[in-house]
Design a protein around this ligand. Structure first.
Ligand SMILES: O=c1ccn([C@@H]2O[C@H](COP(=O)(O)OP(=O)(O)O[C@H]3O[C@H](CO)[C@H](O)[C@H](O)[C@H]3O)[C@@H](O)[C@H]2O)c(=O)[nH]1
Length: 119
């Protein structure tokens, strides 16, 4: 039931991913979504859609394939997201294989898992 409800809430978002033939999302129990690979093409476009649908976003990227002026700055693609949406989100430069860093993030934020699997 919960899954069905979230599917209805995320109707537009889901369509976007079905078109890309990627498999998507699972359940909703909060309005905060973790997006990995946030600075990339799919990640940054996903964040625009989520913010425009009034979700809160925690954006993670290890900067291996997106451009930031330096390691401490937000990637340029995500600056563009901010200017397009005029909305804020949480940014962390992190490698998702870094368990301690992820635990710190999960401690402070109630997250809804989002799975995007390649087709
Ligand atoms: O271990 C990793 C590996 C990558 N990244 C980050 O993940 C993002 C991946 O973004 P890409 O743009 O490289 O890949 P996407 O899957 O988002 O997009 C790619 O696939 C799309 C279609 O699926 C389009 O073809 C698009 O042009 C192409 O860049 C990058 O910011 C990279 O820094 C990590 O955070 N950790």
């Amino acid at each position: 039931m919960l899954i069905l409800k979230s599917l209805v809430n995320l109707r537009q978002f889901i369509k976007y991913f079905i078109l890309l033939e990627n498999l998507l999302i699972c359940w909703v129990d909060s309005k905060t979504i973790l997006v990995t690979g946030a600075g990339g093409y799919i990640g940054s476009h996903t964040i625009v859609e989520l913010l425009n649908t009034n979700y809160s976003v925690v954006a993670l990227d290890n900067l291996s394939n997106c451009y930031a002026y330096n390691e401490t700055e937000i990637p340029e693609s995500l600056k563009r997201v901010r200017s397009l949406t005029k909305k804020e989100f949480i940014w962390n430069k992190v490698d998702i294989r870094d368990k301690d860093a992820l635990n710190d993030i999960f401690k402070n934020i109630p997250l809804m898992p989002l799975f995007i699997l390649p087709h």
